[in-house]
Design a protein around this ligand. Structure first.
Ligand code: AHM
Ligand code: MG
Length: 341
């Protein structure tokens, strides 16, 4: 029997519960705008297959000696885990060789990788976000964004990937949690699919997810509060005032998992800049911008604290930025707190 109930009941938020069993492949094919080539749908289906492979390996990690360090350091100066490397290899393999993807920007690759100079899309991704959680069996995820090249006549260059999030044509994540879920948007709402491990298919769970009107959570690493600038202190004070909407604090340390919970139940995730590190930790191109794109498609927002994350054009593929994504009202309040003298 399938593990995914064809009628999962009402979603915890705005959005529609799937009434029929619909595979992601079928959903993508049925959602294509008239006249489109179907290449983007096939590209998203390739990413879904990468997600299945990574999920399968993640589930077996403790059994197959895949936990632990790979012995290499990535361009961020962070030690790579074996699963980081595996996930990156899977994404590269699935995105190469079929004429859809011209170049790939990955957190785990120091330089963008050109795979097909004439292809129409560029994919940016963090193959395994939250990888410090791998060894402790805590949720991790793959984050991705897709840009359509404006000019395919020459070899891919910086102009193809140093682009603001508002240019994204699709973005999403695969969350390896208690179940594996793929959440994506291609500009027409946010849709969530659960992997049925028995049949090996991502099946539609909810379409048109929206942040609920009443937020439930804020997700900040409060242990870093002494390093934050003064405005963050004002925001945290406001969050804890008795006349502020009652919120719980939840912080997983996997941005993708924190974002997902807040998408379902309402709230904001943030990784602020710090006095000695004003640019923060998270990367604009393959962490901040895709999550901000999803947030805006679900009625929320993304901000770096002063401006919309989707408006920032990176000058480096691995550029870092403060990231705040989620509920619009909470982000507006945060921006006010950061702008006060
Ligand atoms: P990673 O891409 O190397 O996994 O780092 C990003 C992760 C985010 O998922 C998470 O929000 C953050 O790092 C947690 O960092 P910290 O432990 O400093 O709170
Ligand atoms: Mg990562």
């Amino acid at each position: 029997m399938s593990m995914v109930d064809p009628d999962p009941g009402p979603p915890p938020v705005g959005g529609r519960a799937a009434q029929h069993i619909v595979t992601i492949e079928r959903f993508l094919a049925d959602s294509q705008p008239p006249g489109s080539t179907g290449e983007l749908s096939r590209l998203l289906d390739d990413i879904a297959l990468a997600g299945k492979l990574i999920a399968s390996r993640t589930r077996r990690a403790g059994l197959t000696e895949l936990l632990g360090k790979a012995g290499a350091v990535n361009v961020q100066g962070e030690e790579q885990n074996l699963l980081d490397v595996y996930a990156d290899d899977v994404m590269t393999a699935l995105l190469s060789g079929h004429g859809r993807v011209a170049a790939i920007v990955s957190e785990e690759q120091s330089e963008p990788v050109v795979v097909d100079p004439t292809a129409p899309y560029v994919v940016v991704h963090d193959p395994l976000d939250g990888s410090s959680n791998i060894d402790s069996n805590v949720s991790i995820g793959t984050i991705f964004g897709v840009y359509r090249r404006e000019d395919t006549s020459g070899a891919p260059s910086e102009a193809d990937w140093l682009r603001p999030g508002r240019d994204l044509v699709a973005a999403g994540y695969v969350l390896y949690g208690t179940s594996t879920m793929l959440v994506y948007s291609a500009g027409f709402g946010v849709h969530a699919f659960t992997l049925d491990p028995e049949v090996g298919e991502f099946l539609l769970t909810w379409s048109d997810l929206r942040f609920p009107d009443e937020p439930a959570y804020y997700s900040l690493n409060l242990a870093s509060a002494p390093q934050w600038e003064a405005g963050m202190g004002r925001f945290v004070d406001w969050l804890n005032r008795p006349d502020t909407p009652e919120l719980s604090q939840r912080y997983i340390g996997s941005a993708v998992a924190d974002f997902h919970r807040n998408l379902l139940h309402g709230g904001v995730f943030g990784y602020p800049g710090e006095v000695d590190r004003p640019e923060g930790k998270l990367r604009l191109l393959y962490e901040g911008a895709p999550l901000a794109y999803l947030a805006s498609q679900a009625g929320g927002r993304g901000s770096d604290g002063t401006q919309d994350l989707l408006e920032i054009r990176p000058t480096d593929p691995h550029q870092r930025t403060p990231v705040f994504v989620g509920d619009r009202f909470l982000i507006a309040r945060l921006e006010e707190c950061l702008s006060e003298e």
